[in-house]
Design a protein around this ligand. Sequence first.
Ligand SMILES: [Zn+2]
Length: 122
Amino acid sequence: MDILIEAITPTFNYTSTSVLHYQFLLTVWWNQVKIINVVEQMVWEAMDSVLEQKSGICRCEKCQADIVAYALNQLSPHYAASKLGEVLIKTGALDRDIQVSILVALTEAVEIVSANPRHEKE
Ligand SMILES: [Zn+2]
């Protein structure tokens, strides 16, 4: 019996250490400060409404990524330092002009990408 407990105990200790280590890593990740481009977040958020206004636009991952990339190349980045756990940004604080520019860039991007999809047209 003693032998059995000794055999199990190191495993148990290892497991609980792993859980603590995992929790530690999670906390570090959650509080890690990253530089993010707020405009990129806003472009992703605005894309759905732009796509809804147009019919027959491919919504596959490739085309969506191309649309966002094209739009972002038209726009000036706006960087903010944020903890990963707080990536939800108060975009309302940004200039309204930026929001208008985003819609203009996205509309153009949707037209360009849908006319030249990087895959066979369906
Ligand atoms: Zn597509």
